[in-house]
Design a binder for this molecule. Structure first.
Ligand code: ZN
Ligand code: ZN
Length: 350
């Protein structure tokens, strides 16, 4: 067995190792028994609590204003809405399908447990998009939006790139492809959603599509915890598998991040560009590069770009919207005792 090999974890494994201290993300002889009283990775209990507190139900957000706003959006806004939603639909569908593949090689059962909760949340996100589409569109338009990659080559290229990285791990699982699929997840959660988020929040500050904005804020809050989870996985890998973090591989991770940033900026400029009131290409580029730097430094691998250290002043409203627990709305006030209980949100890992 080469040092880069990984084995899919066994299901029933009576001879598994019950020692918490020797538990590892990869190649540990796990019993698969979940035990919240003996966690090796102490961040799991905070993560779990936060994820549980974030529980929400898409249909409890009222979309009646969105239904009447949608036909009256400016043409460019409606096109952007459709394309962005189509991309988000793809991302969440792919996540719910692929996370179990990643998890089937994770031998630290408490981390697998987090990935299962993440998978559940990605399903809720898909349900939110379906509810949004069902509320604002005709069935025909709904299908056109869901499968827009059939018509839109830019979208197809993006989806293909992301899908190929995930397929690479499926086709030849080893420690290096595991590292790459984790970085790909980290980029998806921490960069790919953000042109979309900023577009929706911009609609929100212009008083349009308030229900969609609210759905997106809940999704954003969940994606923040997913980003947190993959950052922790990558940081644990640095400790447990230090041989993976050669200068070449660190450069590979930075290249993947730079490519993710490049694609997200190109996509943002394609769907938003200078056609949407309140946003422009420059704002998209500055914000996504800033996020790229934040994601890289959060992994302890240095910056990607000179400058871009602070959130651009023109974009501070994005993080205000993104912090779903800070800004009280009718919805939160009405529901605050039922869920949305958590008082702190892991805000962008800043
Ligand atoms: Zn999601
Ligand atoms: Zn996610």
């Amino acid at each position: 067995m080469s040092t880069d090999s990984i084995t899919r974890k066994p299901l029933f494994n009576p001879d598994g190792d019950t020692d918490v201290v020797s538990r590892r993300l990869l190649n540990f002889n796990t019993t698969n028994i979940n035990d919240f009283n003996n966690l090796k990775y102490t961040w799991v209990s905070d993560w779990y609590r936060q994820a549980m507190n974030n529980f929400w139900v898409p249909e409890e957000i009222n979309l009646s204003q969105d239904k009447s706003d949608y036909p009256h959006l400016e043409e460019a806004e409606r096109t952007a809405y459709d394309k962005i939603l189509s991309f988000l639909v793809y991302l969440d569908s792919l996540q719910s399908c692929n996370l179990p593949n990643v998890s089937s090689y994770v031998t630290a059962n408490e981390v697998s447990l987090c990935l299962a909760i993440q998978t559940f949340q990605e399903c809720i996100h898909s349900q939110a998009y379906s509810y949004m589409l069902d509320s604002i569109c005709t069935p025909t338009r709904r299908d056109e939006i869901l499968y827009q990659w059939k018509e839109d080559e830019h979208l197809l290229r993006r989806n293909t790139y992301i899908g190929s990285l995930y397929n690479e791990f499926l086709a030849s699982p080893d420690k290096t492809t595991f590292l790459r699929v984790c970085v790909a997840n980290y980029i998806l959660e921490g960069i790919y959603f953000y042109s979309g988020f900023m577009f929706f929040y911009n609609l929100g500050r212009n008083g349009k599509m308030p229900g969609s904005v609210q759905e997106i804020r809940y999704i954003n809050r969940d994606e923040n915890t997913h980003l947190w989870l993959f950052r922790e996985i990558l940081l644990e890998l640095q400790k447990e598998e230090p041989q993976l973090f050669t200068p070449e591989n660190i450069e590979m991770i930075k290249d993947m991040l730079r490519e993710g940033v490049r694609q997200e900026i190109a996509w943002g400029q394609y769907v938003i560009g200078d056609k949407i009131p309140g946003l422009n290409s420059r704002m998209v580029e500055d914000y996504i590069r800033y996020l790229g730097n934040l994601r890289a430094t959060s992994l302890g691998i240095g910056k990607l770009y000179e400058g871009y250290d602070e959130e651009p002043e023109t974009m501070t409203w994005v993080s205000q919207y993104a912090n779903a627990n800070l800004v009280k709305t009718d919805f939160f006030e009405a529901r605050s005792t039922a869920y949305a209980k958590s008082s702190a949100i892991e805000d962008d890992l800043g």
